[in-house]
Write a protein that binds this ligand. Structure first.
Ligand SMILES: [Zn+2]
Length: 237
């Protein structure tokens, strides 16, 4: 039994190392850093979409105004074509057509002025969009760098985990003892078995009473003794 307990103590060493490796892998500082960058990206993405909505609205307004200005220009062309075709002879009709053309020309100039206003309104919004695109690009580059570094770090940790798992040998340890150890490990923060050194349990670091120590000393070698304080399996020295 003492041999099995010593083997179990070695298993515990591997399990402790494995727990630490898995914790390091799952709580890697690069993971947190990446999380910060991803949060910034999503925040900036919201702002970029808002700016895009404004740009789309301005572009729609601009093309509507351009369409109206074009339509006015085409009507002017049609009227002037008839005006100078010689088809219309009555002076009153000619006068009316000429006035209509002048009116449409004025309307077209007005619409073109509005187009220029919209274009001016777009300029600073375009600049904001370009600025945000630049920020997004550099954040994405940073995120890609972090992901690559994290993947390398995780791969290294996984390699160590594989090594530890290969070295973890449970042969020669009775199944019920192993099951008991696993239960204790789950309940007691990963440590199920500890050495008893100079009267102190190395699991909870409390010193056992003289009575307890005496009982442990008298226990048969094939008995599994436990710490009265924490309940961990004890290995006598
Ligand atoms: Zn203890």
């Amino acid at each position: 039994m003492q041999d099995a307990l010593h083997r179990l103590l070695e298993v515990q060493d591997h399990d402790t190392a494995l727990d630490q490796l898995r914790h390091r892998r799952d709580h890697h500082p690069l993971l947190q850093e990446l999380g910060v960058v991803e949060a910034q990206l999503s925040e900036i993405g919201v702002r970029r979409r808002e700016v895009q909505a404004t740009l789309t609205e301005l572009a729609t307004r601009q093309s509507e105004l351009e369409g109206q200005a074009d339509a006015a220009g085409q009507r002017v062309a049609t009227i002037e074509k008839r005006l100078y075709s010689g088809e219309v002879a009555a002076a009153r009709d000619l006068q009316a057509m000429s006035e209509e053309a002048d009116h449409l020309k004025a309307r077209r100039r007005e619409l073109e002025d509005h187009v220029l206003e919209v274009m001016e309104e777009r300029e600073p919004v375009d600049a904001v969009a370009a600025g945000l695109d630049g920020e997004i690009a550099s954040l994405e580059a940073r995120a890609a760098e972090l992901r690559a570094a994290l993947n390398r770090a995780v791969a290294e940790i996984e390699e160590e985990i594989t090594t530890q798992l290969a070295a973890r040998d449970v042969s020669g340890i009775p199944e019920d003892l192993l099951a008991r150890y696993e239960r204790l490990r789950q309940r007691l923060g990963g440590t199920g078995i500890a050495r008893l050194e100079h009267g102190t349990c190395q699991g909870c670091h409390l010193t056992l009473s003289a009575t307890e120590l005496d009982q442990i000393r008298r226990a048969a070698p094939d008995t599994v003794v436990t710490c009265e304080q924490c309940g961990r399996i004890l290995v006598r020295d």
